[in-house]
Every structure is written in structure tokens, then in C-alpha cells.
Design a protein around this ligand. Sequence first.
Ligand SMILES: *Cc1c(COP(=O)(O)O)cnc(C)c1O
Length: 387
Amino acid sequence: MVKPASRIETIPPYLFARIDKKKEEARKKGIDLIDFGIGDPDIPTPSNIIEKMREVVADPKNHRYPSYEGMFEYRKAVADWYATRFNVELNPADEIVALIGSKEGIAHMPWAYIEPGDTALIPSPGYPVYKITTLLAGGSAYLMPLNEENGFLPKFDAIPASVLEKAKIMFLNYPNNPTGAHADDEFYEQALSVAKKYDILICHDAAYSEIAYDGYKPRSILEFDKEKRYSVEFHSLSKTYCMTGWRIGFVVGNRDAVQNLGKLKTNIDSGVFQAIQYAAIEALNGPQDSVEQMKKVLQKRRDMVVSGLMAAGITVKKPLATFYIWAKVPVGYSSADFCEKLIEEQGIVVTPGSGFGDEGEGYFRISITIGEARIEEAIQRLKSLHF
Ligand SMILES: *Cc1c(COP(=O)(O)O)cnc(C)c1O
């Protein structure tokens, strides 16, 4: 057999493999699994977006190669959405590039900025793409621990100056997957002053900016980085408009950074299907009541799950944003052991926190992407949980 590139070997083993095996075994035994493991909305894409797609998909002019950076109309729609939502002005000509889902842009960012030997600052626990693509690009990942004491926000003064001096990019993600944490204004100011002092590009992943509760309104880092000098922000239509399968997102912010990522992408992909871009314009600039509706549904689920967990004796805090609940594993168990126990004894699937990085050990993540009836059933089952 041909030996694969050594970079393939730098990809760590799939951390949820053990859980997948347990799930398979439970299914074979006929256990009815309630799966809180999947970070993918169960709610369908709003109908105005689907109607737009139906209309534009038939037009042959949308069947050809799209432009690399995204249609001007799409980038204009993003700029309009940003102005309304964050009061931030973006130039559609060079401060916005369409992405094939934000994961695509996030994954390519290290290829535009990281050379072998360079350092990227990465939150742990975190969305696995930040670290893995940094390693694939030959860089080293300096992990910034997110834990309860620091409110699940990196502590910049705990990072050695020698590391900050070498760092080129820093990934941040608020509201946060997997911890459900959010960042306050002071945190963004601090992050930007570190970026300025050490000349670091902040890559802020804002995939959950629209999923927030109890009146909380997440902010854009560009509200603080007014001259767009130190940051780019990644957005996704996946979570806001229940469009995970459609594959569309965007990157905005510092012009050079956006253009460098765009330049890389012209040599890799060929843009986003135009019909999907038109549907995304409808999503961003059309009526937003579906988002309000979805948040109501999710807020109710969040409240149900949090009270159910507390009643079962599990330590958990109510998140103000995202569709994740980050709960503590009972004393005496590892994340993986406790998650296996939940599958075997309760038929309940959750994600072990350790799968998102070492700092996630001691926690598990619940994704509230299943309906109330099943949540209620899981709560009933949890009443017999002993640990
Ligand atoms: C879901 C998710 C994304 C990726 O979304 P796309 O579907 O690729 O747009 C990016 N970051 C985080 C933290 C996510 O949870």
C-alpha cells in the first residue's frame, strides 16, 4: 500500500469512537436511544427560504460555476445584515467572502496564516477544527484552557509572553461550543489589546451569535475592533436558519485577512452554488420571525433539560446562548465512563467533554436538538439514575 502523507498521521484518533461503539451495542440490544449527542438542529429550514430555493434552482443561469468570493448580491446582503444586527459597516467589495459553511473557512484559515513552526492559540475544550487544521498546516497549537474559574474564557495573562510573541492567529468562539458560555464586552476588549500588543490575528467563530435567550444579545468582535485591524469573524447560516445541510456561511472583517483566505480558496474550491446564495439572501434579509420562534422552542427545551438534570443531582448552569448544555460529570467518573453508563443504563446519549480537548474532562455536553416529548422521556429515565 502507498504510504499516506505524514500529515494524515497527525490527525488524532476519532475521540467519539468509543461512544459510537457503545451506541451500536445498545441498539443491537434493542435499547431505545434518546440522542442528545448531535449538534444539528432538528427544526426544518424556514419555509420562505425553501420557497426561494425552489424558485431559483430552476434558473439555468444558476447552474454554472459561481464566482469564487460569492455573488455581489450575497455579499451585499451580508453587509446589510451586519449593519442592522451589529451596527458595523462592511465593504462588500473586499471585506466579505462567501464560505461553503463556516467550517470550510475556519479549516482553511491556518493554511493562509500558519507555516511550519508557527503557533496558533486555540481554546480547549473547543470545536476540533481549530486545532486539527493548525496541525495539518504544520503549526503548533497552544491550548488556552476554558474552565469554570475563568468563566470558560481564556485567561490571556496566563499565556507566557514567549508564546504570545510567536503566535500568529488566535481562535475564539462565543457564544461557545461546547461550553455554552458567552463573552462580555470586557473580554473582547482584552482579546483585542493582546492582538494589538503581539500582532495576532483574531479569528472569531460566531456560529451561535443568533441563538441566545433571556434577552441576551451576543456581540460581534467587529463592534470593538472598529478599524477592523486585528480580527475576522466567521458566521454560519447553519444554526441560525437550520440550514446545516445547505453549506453556506461567510467571513468578514480585516480586508487583508479576508482576501488572503479568499486567494487560498480560489485555488481549492469553486464557490457556493448560486441558488443557495439566493436562498441565503432570503434568509438574511427576509422576515426573521422563524429565528424568534426557534429561540422560543430552544429556550423551553433548555429549561426542561436543566431542571431535569438538577433533579437528577447533576451540577449544571443554565446557558444564555447556544443549543448546548455543559454539565458536570458526577465525582468518581471520567467523562467517557459516565457517558457510557448513561447509554447502557438509561439509553441516553450525550457527548463526553474530553472529546473537545483535555480541559473538557469532567464534563458532558447535551445538545437540545430533540423535541420536548423525547426530552420529557429522558427526564423520566434520569429519575432512576444512581451514581
Ligand atoms: C456548527 C459549527 C460551525 C460550522 O458550521 P457550518 O455548518 O460549517 O457553517 C462552526 N463553529 C462552531 C463552533 C460550530 O458549532
